[in-house]
Design a protein. Structure first.
Length: 330
């Protein structure tokens, strides 16, 4: 992996900085590049803008960069428009936005199209949630799932497409890729609930219902992993590490946070050893999956954005039945 990509990954995400090097080239660099562009978009969403119109303009500018390679002047204007109170790692990443786009525009057209298509739709989804009244409050479990589809389900879709460019084997179903992304994002939402709410982002409308929903998404994530060719050790390890660490995080949600470095290293080593063994992965999944509550499904509540808007903006390659299985009311 290019040193710049690894350095920025180390600064903005310990987990992805650990997982992405498991991938084979050129998939590795493409995933790292895409992830960092997603993180630039995350900075637009998370930065403490006092001017909400300026934030919306930043979303639009990011989308324009996906259509025409930005000039140095445009990049400078974009970076300087952010509030001063953003983390040092995010500020450094913004400074490399031009280099990231240079690399992206040098990609094969089909690869670039898949990457930019996902980023563009994510930007539209994030911008819609950023237009809601503050503080942001997701209204029900379906709203959480919609949000997760934009910020993580699209990542699963894009990863599957990028992987398929270099593989002759059939790709896992996109529905499973969405389950995987939604699972990981729901885990993050639960893990970061206190921090998000201190920042004015209330993303957990019903803690018990959200925990209960993890079961189906985790099973979909396992099915995605097991659908990958057994010869695909790198991508299998990447996915297996994310899934198993997600299960461990769920089990620790109600416990005091503490360093578990030795246990984590042992888990990752064992998972890498069995990454190509579907039966062993299934057993590990069962062992790590904590007991989750059972909750009766609730009727979806009205939201600021219509169901039609959601489907037409997400544009996921999923049937209505597949969307319903993820938790989207049709």
């Amino acid at each position: 992996m290019r040193p710049l990509l690894q350095r920025r990954l180390d600064q903005v995400s310990r987990s992805f900085a650990l997982c992405i090097p498991q991938l084979d080239s050129p998939f590795q660099d493409r995933v790292a590049l895409a992830y960092l562009l997603f993180r630039v978009l995350d900075t637009v969403e998370d930065a403490p803008f006092t001017d909400r119109e300026l934030q919306q303009s930043q979303f639009a500018t990011m989308r324009n960069f996906l259509r025409v390679q930005p000039t140095a002047v445009e990049l400078s204007r974009f970076c300087n428009a952010f509030p001063a109170q953003i983390a040092e790692g995010e500020r450094a990443l913004l400074g490399d936005t031009g280099t990231l786009f240079e690399d992206a525009y040098a990609l094969p057209p089909a690869v670039r199209k898949a990457m930019f298509y996902a980023i563009d739709r994510m930007a539209l989804g994030m911008a819609a949630y950023a237009r809601r009244p503050t503080p942001l409050r997701l209204v029900d479990l379906e709203d959480v799932t919609r949000y997760c589809c934009f910020v993580a389900g699209l990542v699963g879709e894009m990863l599957t497409e990028l992987w398929a460019f270099d593989s002759a084997a059939p790709a896992p179903r996109f529905a499973l890729a969405y389950h995987f992304g939604v699972f990981l994002q729901k885990v993050n939402i639960l893990k970061d609930q206190d921090e998000d709410e201190m920042a004015g982002r209330f993303l957990v409308p019903d803690y018990t219902a959200l925990c209960a929903s993890l079961r189906a998404d985790a099973c979909g994530a396992l099915a995605y992993l097991q659908a990958l060719p057994r010869t695909e050790r790198g991508y299998r390890t990447f996915c297996a590490w994310a899934l198993m660490m997600g299960l461990v995080t769920i089990a620790q949600l109600d416990k005091p946070r503490q360093s578990r470095r030795a246990q984590t290293q042992e888990l990752l080593a064992h998972t890498a050893e069995i990454a190509c063994d579907n039966a062993a992965l299934g057993r590990q999944f069962v062992e790590l999956m904590p007991e989750l509550p059972d909750v009766e499904p609730q009727r979806a509540r009205s939201k600021p954005e219509s169901s039609m808007w959601f489907r037409n903006t997400l544009l996921a390659p999923l049937s209505e039945a597949e969307l319903a299985a993820i938790g989207i009311a049709i």
